[in-house]
Design a protein around this ligand. Structure first.
Ligand code: AHR
Length: 603
């Protein structure tokens, strides 16, 4: 293959392309990224959390022992249920057992009233690995203690025992080692794995979770801030319970800790078209008489994120420990909603209100679902009418689709809204899938003047609780298992640029079918001055390219990274960065089924 890379032919592209999309699906939040180790800590699990599923949940799920449930004079109206113990013990086995590390410190806390309690962490055989006591008084109060297990265990449980009547609620256990040491924080290994992608932004909290399963299930950000005991827990659309302990404050904080722009997505005044009342495909929305209030909620979020600490909502952010604004720049409205009049009316109200009050905020609209024959035309017509900054497109397709549709954005009108490819993935976690995504990402970089942002979806999935496959990173209570697709995302994230350098590629036999399986993308990062050449080979044979670098002179050695493997396998030779002269890097050629990056220093 003859490749010509001509530095004089270049264009500006988005420097925000690579980001992540976090949705609480597959136990990604509770039992996952959110580091809380006690399941149903607030006794608010309910039958409806698991509606339609075999397992029945209730306020005592995950708890055993001798206690009764009560809800009279609880700790908060949003959190009314609690357990009353007497002369016995209550145990909680967390999310599939509690994993603890010897010598690490854990913050235990609970609200209690009554008499002295003994708190023990035990291994599966019942041996005590840590112990403390708390002595509550006659009215509700929060008690804290630090526990330091003597042994590393994977399947432990917590036990609270007392010999007199004692009420307990919000029973919590957090490792002190959370991501960046935050209280009410995130599991360090998982949060670090996501941060390792170098995401320029993070979209949250969904997906379908954002617009919810029926009107009552629309994700309301105001329910997810403030003291944990006052938050409003809710049924997760994916069939489990959301404590919302990982709420809007924590999402903003996580973005800031990773150096990523926050991209909150709020429902467009309509829930998922496949949900509850109305039936599949029947769009219904928040009654118009309640829409002003809903629109105000959206505006209030921007004040919460960016307003001075003296404003109504900025004050709440300051009270949570962040007086400085979060500097929110983007807001998403809608999630692949069915494009109907009901949708359009509400969406228009919200978009126009945000544009009017906050003209500098970039509004990301939706253009509807893409699957089952639907296309984006109606959604785009509304985006054009509203002159919206950016629209969110989603598609999950076979790898062949990604190979054959690299020109998807070539003909997009550059004068219209920009695109955020908010959800995409090829169906699978093999090297072949990962390389199809790498190939497609080279086309997204080429179209980086219209595609501003992109995020693979879904991001996280807990083993035994996976409702959607594939996902980018699988995990259990002790391990994190990134897929091969993760490394493609990471290599793009770590090797992003802000201008695109044109290239041409020519195979000796001009075979178009073969040619589209070779991807070349060259970007320049203006900060470092580095020119980064990405080369994808989806052929079963190695390719020896001849590269003509026009107007590019390497200063010293280049860094060379390859990622390769057997097309059908789910594991790869992990990328390693090696330093060598540019001629040697090119001469290495492209291994069968590989992704190679040559990073050239120019200053
Ligand atoms: O990513 C999983 C789901 O796919 C999202 O919740 C939804 O937006 C899409 O249909």
């Amino acid at each position: 293959a003859k490749i010509t890379i001509d530095a004089s032919q270049n264009k500006k592209i988005s420097d925000m392309l690579m980001g992540v999309f976090f949705e609480d699906i597959n136990y990604a939040a509770d039992g996952g990224l959110y580091a809380e180790l006690i399941q149903n800590r607030d006794f608010e699990y309910a039958l409806s959390d698991k509606e339609g599923r075999d397992e029945k949940w209730n306020h005592t799920t995950s708890w055993s022992g001798s206690f009764r449930l009560d809800s009279v004079n609880g700790i908060h109206t949003n959190n009314s249920h609690y357990a009353v113990l007497k002369n016995g013990a209550i145990t909680n086995s967390g999310f599939d057992g509690i994993a603890l590390k010897a010598g690490d410190k854990y913050d235990f806390s609970l609200f209690a009233k009554g008499a002295k309690c003994t708190v023990k962490l035990k291994d599966a055989a019942g041996n005590v690995v840590a112990e403390t006591t708390v002595t509550p008084g006659s009215s509700w109060k929060k008690y804290i203690a630090v526990l330091k297990p003597s042994k590393t265990i994977t399947d432990g449980f917590l036990e609270i025992s007392t010999s007199e009547e004692t009420a307990v609620d919000m029973v919590s256990l957090f490792p002190q080692k959370t991501y960046k040491g935050r209280k009410n924080g995130l599991r360090e290994d998982l949060a670090q794995t996501v941060a390792g992608l170098k995401p320029r932004f993070m979209r949250f909290p969904g997906g379908c979770v954002a617009h919810g399963d029926g009107l009552g299930n629309i994700y309301r950000w105001k329910n997810t801030i403030g003291p944990l005991e006052s938050r409003v827990p809710m049924r997760n659309l994916w069939g489990y319970h959301q404590t919302v302990g990982l709420g809007y404050f924590e999402y903003f904080q996580y973005c800031e800790d990773m150096g990523s722009e926050p991209v909150p997505v709020l429902a467009a005044g309509v829930p998922c078209q496949n949900s509850g009342t109305g039936g599949a495909g029947q769009q219904f929305g928040i009654p118009m008489e309640h829409m002003d209030e809903y629109v105000q909620d959206v505006l209030d979020l921007i004040e919460y994120a960016n307003g001075a600490a003296t404003t109504t909502w900025g004050k709440k952010r300051a009270e949570a420990g962040h007086p400085k604004p979060f500097n929110l720049k983007y807001i998403g409205i809608g999630n692949e909603d069915l494009i109907t009049d009901v949708f359009e009316e509400r969406y228009t109200m919200i978009v126009n209100a945000v544009k009017k009050k906050y003209p500098n905020i970039i509004v990301i609209g939706t253009v509807g679902p893409f699957f089952e024959g639907a296309d984006y035309r109606e959604g785009w017509a509304i985006a054009d009418k509203l002159n919206i900054n950016m629209v969110d497109e989603h598609y999950y397709e076979q790898p062949g689709w990604f190979i054959n549709n690299q020109d998807f954005y070539d003909s997009y009108d550059r004068s219209k809204s920009k695109v955020y490819l908010g959800e995409y993935a090829s169906w699978g976690s093999t090297i072949y899938n990962a390389l199809a995504e790498a190939l497609y990402l080279s086309a997204l970089e080429r179209n980086g003047d219209v595609v501003s942002m992109a995020s693979y979806a879904p991001l996280l999935a807990k083993e035994q609780h996976t409702q959607w496959n594939p996902d980018l990173v699988y995990f259990n209570n002790t391990e994190v298992m990134p897929t091969v697709n993760y490394y493609v995302q990471q290599l793009y994230g770590q090797n992003a640029g802000d201008s695109y350098i044109q290239n041409t590629i020519k195979l000796s036999d001009n075979n178009n079918d073969l040619q589209k399986r070779i991807g070349v993308s060259t970007v320049k990062d203006s900060k470092s001055g580095d020119i980064i050449v990405k080369l994808v080979n989806m052929l079963p044979v190695s390719v020896k390219p001849e590269i003509d670098f026009k107007g590019i002179t390497a200063k010293g050695a280049v860094s060379y990274t390859t990622f390769k493997g057997n097309a059908k396998e789910k594991t790869a030779v992990l990328p390693v960065v090696v330093s060598m002269p540019v001629a040697e890097a090119v001469a290495k050629g492209l291994a069968p089924y590989s992704f190679t990056i040559i990073r050239i220093k120019t200053k």
